[in-house]
Design a protein around this ligand. Structure first.
Ligand SMILES: C[S@@+](CC[C@H](N)C(=O)[O-])C[C@H]1O[C@@H](n2cnc3c(N)ncnc32)[C@H](O)[C@@H]1O
Length: 261
């Protein structure tokens, strides 16, 4: 499947940790390096959001270790995960730390890379397609377009992530599209704060649940109707929410956009 002139893929040495992103869901959205790593690893320490079909690509005898749960992770649990990575690497295992999306986008990848550095464990980082950009793209929502925006904000809706709550009014004043990760628990507060910050209730918005999975669905909305539409359609986790002009571009593509599956 990989063309002959493709660059050589690196060996996965015993005692190393590879910190990889699995993309938003469907295994076909894995990077070549991530797929290679999944096939080579002795131990795969994975998050809840990593799609089962991705885990099923592991090599014979590879051990699966489930780490993390959806919706906020206490720091003690993060320490436990760090310890597992370090202990297994020191035992000479080839340890794949596999995260949904990209490990460095709201994925605690930095915490783990820092812990590995402190412990003197060698590691490699393999980026992945982040849900907020890839999930939106699959739904026909560009991160940027020349007609609408020159910047895009990735923001965590969940308070516990990335050190607390964002300054939503300040983000509203930027006038650039906002992609919310972990949006559901604070959606009403965020929508209200963005409007208090000056965004019109008519600002286009879209909710994308379970992007790149068989359960994927997209709900088009507006900032003013976001909370009601989320409730009416029973939108749950995992979802991203796009708020801004890019969310309104999707409808122009629907006549020709072929379902990605
Ligand atoms: C802890 S963050 C991890 C983000 C991940 N590192 C990334 O780059 O996509 C978890 C949040 O990512 C978003 N997410 C991850 N996978 C998703 C998917 N397949 N569809 C929609 N949102 C997803 C949701 O907002 C979810 O609450």
């Amino acid at each position: 499947m990989i063309p002959k002139n493709f660059p050589a893929l690196p060996d996965f040495p015993a005692g190393e940790v590879w910190l990889a992103g699995a993309g938003p869901g469907d295994p076909r959205l894995l990077t070549v390096l991530a797929l290679h790593a999944i096939g080579q690893a002795d131990d795969i320490v994975h998050d809840a959001l990593v799609d089962r079909r991705v885990l099923d690509l592991r090599g014979d005898g590879a051990e699966l270790i489930s780490a993390g749960k959806r919706g906020g992770r206490p720091s003690s649990q993060q320490r436990d995960i760090n310890d597992v990575l370090i202990e297994r690497a020191r035992a000479g295992r080839r340890v794949l730390r596999l995260k949904g999306g990209d490990p460095f986008v709201f994925g605690r990848g930095w915490d783990e890379a820092s812990a590995l550095t402190e412990a003197g464990v060698r590691f490699r980082i393999i980026p992945g397609l982040t849900a907020g950009l890839a999930g939106a793209a699959l739904a026909g929502i560009p991160a940027t377009s020349r007609d609408t925006n020159h910047a895009v904000v990735l923001a965590a809706g969940h308070r516990a992530e990335e050190g607390g709550t964002a300054d939503w009014a300040a983000l509203a004043r930027l006038g650039q599209p906002i992609v919310l990760y972990m949006p559901m628990s604070q959606l009403a507060e965020i929508a209200a704060s963005l409007q208090q910050g000056g965004l019109s209730p008519a600002t286009p918005a879209a909710l994308i649940q379970s992007a790149a999975t068989d359960q994927e669905r997209v709900v088009e909305s507006s900032l003013g109707n976001l909370v009601d539409d989320a409730a009416r359609h029973g939108v749950g986790s995992p979802s991203i929410v796009v708020i801004g002009a890019t969310a309104g571009l999707r409808r122009h593509l629907l006549g020709s956009l072929v379902g990605w599956r």
